[in-house]
Design a protein around this ligand. Structure first.
Ligand code: NAG
Ligand code: NAG
Ligand code: NAG
Ligand code: NAG
Length: 948
């Protein structure tokens, strides 16, 4: 049926069918009236009135026919013209004028579209479908049939619609790009790339499809000749400047990749593993990226470079990141067809020799900046993908792995800094930390572990360089460290972990010893000391001390028992062990630990603490002296540079340790009121010290000499042959102590001792006189009773004086004066007038405390202003007092069987005592003034007189 409608009504009818989306009717109408409803008019009608929501498949066939001019008549199709039939022609014309049909090209239409009507229509229709219906997904159906005919449509479809569609509808529909198709097309390349990839790998579960995103979004997106602006310049300039201009969008992809590596490294690693570069594109079968061979090479190389760069910026030092980096390198090797890598797991076990493959140019301080800057520049020697750069990175990755595995997380860049900056201190710190960590955390029993650890540490130094290249600085993260240093540290770790036999087999038995004898000895010693210092118990059969002992014995050839170091440590162990027998707390509540002994500025003073904290321990004097000698042998007693005068911490040379310890024991005995023991030590122990000046002996002898009895004073267990009167006995013993003090004291101290001596004498004199009076009373009583002489004396005190003791005493005094101090001092003093000034102390002492006696001395000494005898006649008490005993701590020389001849006996005793005192003073004072010994004392005295 043929309608005869005016052109205006035909147009209105066509619009009507378009609005109704009645494509069949429109097609029939168009076929029947092709002179009125021409292609461009129809396209404008469709553009303006066809609903955007209409599925593309409903009208794309019509478009195709229209484009091809093959619209077919369908005689059997009824065209319903009722909507326009009744219209007046004038109305129809008016309405047509008001149709406002859109032009095919709009201001948004890119100029590349040209003036092809169907292309213009498709572009504008696509925008409208997207903007007004949001039906991006309908566009491929609409556009696909026209791809071959219109390159623009093809590019639009593949490079823009396909990525956008995938991004928004398929890959990440939950977070679509909020740009219209047209706006997106207008975005700068950098922005577009980052939008496309903004969700890539954003969630953990997306990691396996990171490659899909690159392949499916970036792959198609790059298929746009317009983006490859500099296509004409097909090869990068050799100097590397400006070579990142082939495709700004692609460069942005590479930047995105390295940014991910530094921020979300897992994304970068997934990307590189899953994506093969721009050639690896999913274009939905709609086309392919056409690049020249050179371009292809350039983009692949740039991709490989970005991959290597990514490894350098990985911020994390986890096993996963490090292994990922290794896989990156493997991918680069694959992409660039370089020398193949072993799988990661074998690489870390084999530790391949990499040093020779790494170019010398790489190992330089300057190169280090390439790990941070210009990562993608073709001048970057570290990232430009060749065998040398790959070997270097592989070495860094394995190094970082070893360090990280061993508990010292190390990024690849950090490993790179160690290797490139070659800062010895830094390397040393790292190596030490590493080995310490192994030492503290390594298995205690697994020798294989330790052998592997050693190999790894040595590999870290030279990355498997041939031994022959010895003089060249090795390439490695510990390159600046001497091999010996590392061996020493490893040995320490082995010993600390009780791997003695392994250590011996590596360092003593091996034909090619890694360490020379001295280094081995020093290391063993140092490690033994570490074990010692770590010990908490001073018992040498336990803990740290036991270990110290074992370590010292681990190398019987290198460090035999007779070696000075071995002996030194043995002395230390013995000394420490000896301490374990005592209670010992040094600081508030803290029990003693061995290290204290070793670091103590004055280890001998610890014995003082033991004496304080262990009652009666002073009786083990010899043990302590032995202990002191051990401390000396162990090298712990050093003459200190400072000297503060408290009794237990004077500075002293090592030879005086015994004297000092003896003094401490005496002091302790006195403190515990055990005067008898103190006294016996003074007379037996200090005597032998005479001749060697020390500051302890005389002080403690003086201290004993000052000691006063109290109720608490320990009673002597037996009186032996000495006076049974405890007061007298005590005074006698004190005087004996003072004699010792005089003998061993230095000149400047004599005054003080003499003062004490003098007072003790006076006391003794009083006591003796009182005793004598009592004796006389006894005698008298005995006489009056008619019994025999002294047999009735209490306490077995035998025969001190016969009859007339008091008067006799006086007679003796007359007879034998001057005596004692006066006598001796004068005698010795006068022999050496030239040295009077040295005796000024004595002079004062004599003038004061010694009274007339002293003055006599002074007179004699100071130039003969007095007569030697004058003063002394005043007093004669000293010898008289002393005559009551023969000082005999050992009880040997008491002359107790003198029978009844008291006078005679007394005189003998007096002589003996006098001799003793002579000895005391001549050796004590005489040395000072250059006098001869006791034998010549009398002569000296004579000389003195003569001179006067
Ligand atoms: C012609 O139109 C009729 C009725 O609309 C339809 O059934 C038929 O399929 C059409 N034929 C062709 C070749 O389009
Ligand atoms: C130090 O001593 C502790 C226990 O006291 C021990 O666990 C540790 O292994 C020792 N360290 C060394 C280096 O000997
Ligand atoms: C030291 O330790 C051993 C073994 O543990 C023990 O038999 C010994 O009594 C200890 N010695 C001292 C002095 O504590
Ligand atoms: C004088 O005494 C000092 C000790 O005080 C001594 O060293 C010196 O040798 C003496 N001089 C003479 C001449 O005897």
């Amino acid at each position: 049926m043929t309608l005869s409608l005016s052109p205006a009504k035909l147009v209105l009818l066509a619009v009507h069918f378009a609005v109704q989306a009645d494509i069949d009717s429109l097609a029939v109408l168009a076929a029947r009236h092709d002179t009125v409803l021409r292609k461009e008019l129809l396209l404008r009608i469709l553009l303006t009135y066809l609903p955007e929501t209409l599925q593309s498949n409903k009208y794309v066939g019509f478009l195709e026919s229209l484009e091809k001019g093959t619209l077919a008549e369908n005689a059997s199709h009824d065209v319903d013209a009722s909507s326009v039939e009744t219209l007046a022609e004038g109305d129809a014309t008016k309405r047509v004028r008001r149709l406002r049909l859109l032009p095919l090209a709009s201001k948004d239409t890119p100029k590349e579209v040209g003036d092809d009507p169907i292309t213009s229509f498709l572009v504008r229709r696509s925008y409208k479908v997207d903007e007004e219906a949001g039906l991006l997904a309908e566009l491929p159906t609409l556009l696909l049939p026209f791809m071959d005919q219109s390159p623009y449509v093809r590019t639009l479809l593949i490079s823009t619609i396909l990525p956008l569609l995938r991004r928004n509808c398929e890959y990440h529909p939950e977070d679509p790009i909020q740009y219209t198709l047209s706006a997106f097309q207008d975005l700068p390349d950098r922005v577009a790339v980052n939008l496309l990839l903004s969700q890539t790998g954003a969630r953990e579960e997306d990691l396996p499809v990171v490659g899909r995103d690159l392949r499916g979004l970036i792959g198609p997106w790059l298929v746009d000749e317009k983006k490859w602006k500099t296509r004409r310049r097909s090869i990068a300039p050799p100097n590397g400047e400006g070579d990142d201009g082939i495709c700004a969008g692609y460069d942005e992809v590479l930047r995105w990749l390295t940014t991910q590596a530094s921020k979300n490294w897992k994304v970068a690693i997934s990307a590189i593993q899953q994506w093969g570069g721009p050639g690896d594109a999913d274009l939905a079968g709609w086309g392919k990226l056409e690049l020249t061979e050179q371009q292809q090479d350039h983009v692949q190389r740039a991709y490989a470079q970005a991959a290597l760069a990514s490894a350098y910026v990985l911020p994390e030092a986890s096993s996963e990141a490090i292994e990922g980096a290794y896989n990156i390198v493997a991918q680069v090797v694959n992409l660039r067809d370089l020398e193949p890598l072993p799988p990661f797991s074998s690489a870390v076990t084999l530790l391949p020799p990499l040093a020779e493959q790494i170019s010398e140019d790489i190992i330089s301080t300057k190169t280090a900046t390439f790990m941070r800057n210009d990562l993608l520049a073709s001048s970057n020697i570290l990232t430009v993908p060749d065998n040398s750069a790959v070997a270097f990175l592989e070495a860094l990755i394995l190094s970082a792995h070893l360090l990280t595995q061993a508990g010292h997380p190390c990024t690849i860049r950090r490993a790179g800094e160690l290797a490139l900056l070659q800062d010895e201190r830094d390397q040393k710190e790292q190596a030490t930390k590493l080995i310490n960590h192994l030492s503290h955390n390594g298995p205690k029993t697994d020798d294989k572990f330790w052998m592997r650890a050693r190999n790894e540490i040595l590999w870290l130094r030279d990355w498997g360089a041939e031994e022959v290249s010895l003089d060249a600085t090795p390439k490695g993260v510990f390159s600046k460290l001497k091999k010996e240093f590392l061996e020493v540290e490893v040995l320490k770790a082995l010993l600390s972990n009780t791997r003695y036999s392994l250590a011996r087999s590596l360092y003593e038995d091996a034909p090619d010893r890694p360490l020379d004898e001295k280094a081995l000895q020093d290391t063993v010693y140092a490690t033994a000391m570490m074990a010692y210092d770590n010990a908490s118990n001073p018992n040498r059969t336990r803990g740290g001390l036991k270990k110290c002992d074992e370590i010292m014995k681990a190398f019987p050839e290198t460090l035999p028992k007779s070696h000075p170091l071995a002996q030194k440590v043995e002395a230390l162990l013995q000394a420490t062990h000896a301490l374990s027998e005592y209670r010992l707390v040094l600081k508030q509540g803290e029990p003693f630990t061995p290290i204290v002994l070793r670091v103590h500025s004055d280890p001998v003073s610890i014995i003082g603490k033991i004496l304080e904290q262990n009652p009666k321990s002073y009786t083990r004097l010899q043990d302590f002296v032995d202990l002191g000698n051990r401390l000396v042998q162990a090298g712990l007693v050093k003459p200190s540079t400072f000297s503060h005068h408290s009794p237990s911490s004077l500075s002293h040379p090592p030879e005086q340790v015994s004297q000092r310890i003896t003094a401490m024991c005496i002091d302790a005995a006195l403190t515990e009121e055990d005067f008898e023991t103190a006294y016996s030590y003074v007379v037996t122990r200090l005597e032998s010290a005479a001749g060697v000046q020390d500051d302890y002996s005389w002080r403690v002898a003086l201290q004993a000499g000052k000691h006063r009895r109290t109720a608490k004073t320990v009673k002597p267990t037996h009186y032996g042959t000495s006076s049974a009167n405890p007061e007298i006995r005590h005074l006698e013993q004190r005087i004996e102590c003072l004699s010792v003090a005089l003998r061993v004291a230095p000149g400047g101290t004599l005054q003080e001792i003499l003062n004490v001596y003098r007072r003790a004498e006076e006391e003794l004199e009083v006591l003796v006189r009182r005793e004598e009076e009592r004796e006389e009373e006894w005698d008298w009583r005995g006489d009056s009773i008619g019994a025999g002489a002294g047999n009735n004396m209490p306490g077995g005190f035998i025969h001190h004086g016969g009859g007339g003791g008091g008067g006799g005493g006086g007679g003796v005094r007359e007879e034998e004066a001057p005596m004692s101090l006066f006598d001796l001092a004068r005698a010795t003093g006068l022999t050496a007038p030239r040295n009077l000034s040295a005796l000024s102390g004595l002079q004062r002492a004599a003038g004061g405390a010694l009274g007339g006696l002293g003055r006599g001395v002074v007179g004699g000494l100071s130039g003969g202003t007095g007569t030697g005898n004058g003063g002394s006649s005043e007093r004669g008490s000293l010898d008289s007092a002393r005559s009551n005993e023969v000082v005999s701590p050992t009880g040997g020389s008491h002359d107790g069987d003198a029978g009844g001849n008291g006078q005679q006996q007394r005189a003998r005793k007096r002589d003996q005592l006098k001799n003793a005192a002579m000895g005391t003073l001549v050796s004590g004072v005489g040395w000072l003034v250059g006098a001869p010994g006791p034998a010549g004392g009398g002569g000296g005295g004579g000389g003195g007189n003569g001179r006067e």
